[in-house]
Design a binder for this molecule. Structure first.
Ligand SMILES: [Zn+2]
Length: 363
C-alpha cells in the first residue's frame, strides 16, 4: 500500500483537486462543492470540496481538513487522496463516517500563500469580531522589521538584524510568538486574523452546519506544515488544559500530543484558531481535535519565506522573476517535494486517522 505513496501528492492545486474528486468518487463518497469567488494564478476555478464516506446518519464523525493554510495543502491533500484511493476508506468502524474537507483555503493553495484572498490567516480568523481583538504588542514593536517596504539584500539584512536582536534579548521562541501568535491591526501584515469572517471561515461554518448537525462525537485532524523537525508530525492540541477535549486527545493518541498552553509544543499559543470555530458551531457534539503539524525547513527559513511572500503580494509582482523565486522559496518552506518526506507524512497521517477512528468508536 505504501509502495507508491508519492503518487497521492500533487504539484499544483488544480492537480490536487482533480485527484481528490477522482479518488473520492471511486471510493463511493458523497461529494459537495463550494465555489470560491476568486480565481487561481492561471485563471482556474477555486473550490473547497467535501467528501462523506460512511452511513448518512452516523453520529460519530472524523473530520479531516487540508489547506487551512493554503500552501500547506499539498501535504494534507496527499493524505486525503491516498486515504480514498488506497482502500482505507472501506475500513471505517460501524456507525462512524469520515467527512473530508479538501482545500479549506483554496485561494492560498492555488497562489502558494499561507493566507486567504483577504490576506487573512484563517487559523487566526475565528475570533468574536464584535468584541475587542486580542492585542499583540510585540508584533507592533517589530512590525517594520517583520514587513519591510523593500525586499532586497540590504533590507533583508537590516530587518533581520532587528529581529535577531529581539531574539537575543527575549529568546528565539519569544520572537516566533511575536510574529506568529496573531495580530488584528495590520491588514497588510503577517499572521493577520482579519476584521470579519473570511469566505473560508464562512464556508467551513456552512459545511459544519450542513454535514454535522446530527453528530454527537466529532474528531478533527487539521493538516498543517512548517513547524518542527523535517517530516515529523506533531499532534498539537489547542483544547484548554483541564478540558475534556485535551483529556480525550491524550487518551486516544496515547499521550503523544502537545499543548501550546502547557508550553510543550513547537507552536506558540495562538488566537482565533479554527478548532474554536468548530467547537462553537457544534454545541451538540463533543469535539476532540488536533492539528497534525509536519516539519519542513528550519523555523527561521519558514518565517523568512513568509516575510518575503508578504512583501511580494503587498509591494511586488508575483509574475516577475523575483516573484517566481519567492514562490519557489515559500513552496519549499511548506512542502518538501521528496519521496522520503511524503512517506513520513503518509504513515503518520494514516496512523493518526486510525487512532482517531478507534477513539471515536470507543466513546
Ligand atoms: Zn498551518
Amino acid at each position: 500500500m505504501t509502495a507508491n505513496v508519492s503518487q497521492y501528492f500533487s504539484a499544483k492545486y488544480a492537480e490536487a483537486r482533480a485527484k481528490f474528486l477522482d479518488a473520492a468518487t471511486t471510493a463511493g463518497a458523497r461529494l459537495a462543492h463550494y465555489r470560491n469567488p476568486t480565481r487561481g494564478p492561471e485563471g482556474e476555478d477555486l473550490f473547497t470540496d467535501t467528501s462523506w464516506v460512511g452511513p448518512a446518519d452516523a453520529d460519530r464523525v472524523l473530520l479531516l481538513i487540508s489547506a487551512t493554510h493554503g500552501v500547506e495543502g499539498f501535504c494534507g491533500s496527499g493524505v486525503q487522496v491516498g486515504w480514498h484511493q488506497s482502500g482505507l476508506a472501506k475500513d471505517i468502524p460501524d456507525g462512524t463516517a469520515v467527512l473530508t474537507v479538501h482545500a479549506s483555503n483554496p485561494h492560498g493553495f492555488a497562489w502558494l500563500r499561507r493566507v486567504t484572498e483577504e490576506n487573512v490567516d484563517l487559523n487566526r480568523n475565528f475570533v468574536d469580531h464584535t468584541a475587542d481583538y486580542p492585542s499583540n504588542p510585540a508584533y507592533e514593536d517589530l512590525r517594520d522589521a517583520i514587513c519591510p517596504r523593500a525586499w532586497d539584500d540590504a533590507a533583508i539584512a537590516e530587518s533581520g538584524a532587528v529581529l535577531n536582536a529581539y531574539a537575543e534579548k527575549h529568546g528565539g521562541f519569544a520572537l516566533q510568538e511575536a510574529i506568529t501568535a496573531g495580530q488584528y491591526k495590520h491588514a497588510d501584515g503577517l499572521f493577520y486574523g482579519g476584521n470579519a469572517p473570511t469566505w473560508a471561515a464562512e464556508t467551513l461554518r456552512e459545511i459544519l452546519k450542513k454535514e454535522l448537525g446530527k453528530a454527537r462525537q466529532v474528531a478533527v485532524i487539521d493538516y498543517h506544515t512548517g513547524l518542527g523537525p523535517r517530516g515529523h508530525g506533531e499532534r498539537i492540541c489547542v483544547h484548554a488544559p483541564g478540558s475534556p477535549g485535551l483529556a480525550g486527545a491524550e487518551s486516544w493518541y496515547g499521550g503523544d500530543i502537545t499543548s501550546p498552553a502547557l508550553g510543550n509544543s513547537t507552536s506558540a499559543e495562538l488566537t482565533g484558531v479554527n478548532l474554536v470555530g468548530i467547537v462553537d458551531a457544534l454545541p451538540h457534539a463533543e469535539v476532540t481535535g488536533i492539528a497534525l503539524e509536519y516539519g519542513t525547513l528550519p523555523t527561521d527559513d519558514v518565517i523568512l519565506s513568509l516575510r518575503a511572500d508578504n512583501w511580494l503580494h503587498a509591494h511586488g509582482d508575483p509574475a516577475s522573476a523575483k516573484g517566481q523565486a519567492i514562490k519557489a522559496q515559500i513552496r519549499a518552506a511548506f512542502y518538501q517535494d521528496a519521496d522520503d518526506w511524503k512517506k513520513m507524512i503518509w504513515e503518520r497521517g494514516i496512523e493518526t486517522q486510525r487512532l482517531a477512528l478507534k477513539g471515536l468508536s470507543e466513546e
